[in-house]
Ligand binder design. Structure first.
Ligand code: GLU
Length: 460
């Protein structure tokens, strides 16, 4: 069994493409088959190497490994030429020299009459030797196929044009190359977006003309944004790598993607192993799927909570490099991760949260500082107690805070809040005694001193 993912390298790997790739990958893995990656780069004007790289990076980050390929269609032009010639020789295709102007007039006339704009077969029997090559579609009859997702689809041949299979410069078009490749690469399940459903009957006629066996087709429903329109840049990040940059774990994104148009009862959380085990084409929904960013964030948080520290450290590396965070000067990294794991929705949030343990800062959040740094007495007292503390452990730090409250007869908030701000600079810190232990004695005292300096400066 073989499935494939066949992106055109004209942009990055987007969410819709990644979902197609995941479904095709899961289906191949489930059946211990082979997953083929094919780069459809025949459109030389729009295809770029940067986009090929972006697709490979995206697939690699998601862990959707291919068993065969990547194959490039531009390496296979001789093969396409051979097939085009064969169709010409067998009188199943013909050259057409109709000018763009003529075709436009034809289109306009048909549209005006309320008819479907299609080629009228003007050059069909002219036996020309140059121009574009058109496939001689049947004039009568029907094409039927049983789509694994959409069910039985039947189209009258009258609806279909004599499709262009080669441009006038001899380069083949998508509908020709996809048929030749899927046949040559022995693909038996074609899983792709339903934007290709209109191409399928044309491709089926080509298969038939070439005497080739048809693959099974499964056309995936489209993905809509929250407003019901097709998912696009307007709705936020659509490139897979932008999700990496925003701090999502690849397995959270994969889990999210598999639920876009596929379900297994009410289950929401699936490991990759489960996806492979449970995946069935028949459980793909017919209706479009809606992209829901909140659900993705929820899943990401679930995955972060469950992840091992080692794995998080590995996944955080890119973010540390990207934000130039040096973790060599500070507490043991795994302890900070454990502390942040419960509180972080994304790896970006985690990276921001861990900075206070490794980086000094010179300013406090101004608004918070104005509010929290008013009274120097509790801060001074806490500083005195903490500087005398020998065993720098969260429990002991907590005791000192409590003593400050008792001695000054103040509530916890009066010292807890300023202490939190002093430690973090921005007020974003969890349990302050643990945070203080991790920040370390020297840095804690320095930051409390900074808070005192702030108070004395604002008094002057
Ligand atoms: N290259 C086509 C695209 O990116 C996909 C072709 C196919 O899956 O048949 O839309």
């Amino acid at each position: 069994m073989k499935s494939r993912f066949a992106p055109s390298p004209t942009g990055y790997l987007h969410i819709g493409g990644a979902r197609t790739a995941l479904f095709a990958w899961a289906w191949a893995k489930k059946q211990k088959g082979s997953f083929v990656l094919r780069i459809e780069d025949t459109d030389r004007e729009r295809s770029t190497q940067a986009s090929v790289d972006a697709i490979l990076d995206g697939m690699n980050w998601l862990g959707l490994d291919h068993d065969e390929g990547p194959f490039y269609q531009t390496d296979r032009f001789d093969r396409y030429k051979e097939i085009i010639q064969q169709l010409l020789d067998e009188d199943k295709a013909y050259y057409c020299e109709c000018s763009k102007e003529r075709l436009q007039i034809l289109r306009d006339e048909l549209t005006e009459k309320g008819e479907k704009a299609k080629y009228d077969g003007c050059c069909r029997d002219k036996k020309l030797n140059s121009g574009v090559v058109r496939f001689k579609n049947h004039l009568e009859g029907f094409v039927s196929f049983d789509d694994a997702v959409k069910g039985l689809i039947t189209i009258g041949n009258k609806e279909l044009d004599d499709l262009i299979i080669a441009r006038s410069d001899g380069t083949p078009t998508y509908n020709l190359t996809v048929v030749v490749d899927d046949h040559d690469m022995k693909i038996d399940t074609v899983i792709r977006g339903d934007d290709h459903i209109n191409n399928t009957p044309r491709q089926i006629n080509l298969y038939e003309a070439l005497g080739w066996q048809l693959p099974e087709f499964a056309h995936l429903p489209m993905i809509l944004g929250s407003d019901g329109a097709r998912l696009s840049k307007r709705h936020g990040a659509v490139s897979v790598m932008a999700y990496r940059d925003e701090g999502f774990l690849p397995e959270a994104l994969l889990n999210y993607l598999v639920r876009l148009g596929w379900s297994h009862g009410d289950q929401e959380v699936f490991s990759l192993v489960e996806i492979v085990e449970l995946f069935e084409l028949k459980n793909i929904n017919k209706a479009p799927a809606s992209f829901n960013q909140e659900k993705l964030i929820w899943l990401n948080q679930e995955y972060i909570k469950k992840a091992s520290t080692e794995y998080l450290i590995q996944q955080l590396q890119w973010h540390l490099d990207y934000q130039s965070v040096d973790i060599s000067n500070g507490p043991e990294f795994f302890r900070v991760i454990e502390h942040l794991q419960e509180r972080s929705k994304t790896l970006v949030e985690m990276t921001n949260g861990l900075k206070m343990f490794y980086q000094d800062f010179s300013e406090f959040d101004e608004k918070l500082a104005k509010k929290q740094f008013k009274d120097s007495q509790p801060i001074e007292l806490l500083m005195n107690k903490l500087s005398a503390l020998e065993d720098w452990a969260a429990n002991n730090i907590k005791d000192q805070i409590k003593q400050v409250c008792d001695e000054l007869e103040i509530g916890f908030g009066k010292i807890g809040q300023p202490f939190r701000l002093a430690l973090s600079g921005n007020g974003n810190a969890g349990n302050i005694d643990i945070v203080s232990e991790l920040v370390g004695k020297k840095r804690t005292l320095e930051r409390l001193q900074m808070a005192l300096d702030y108070i004395s400066q604002s008094c002057n």
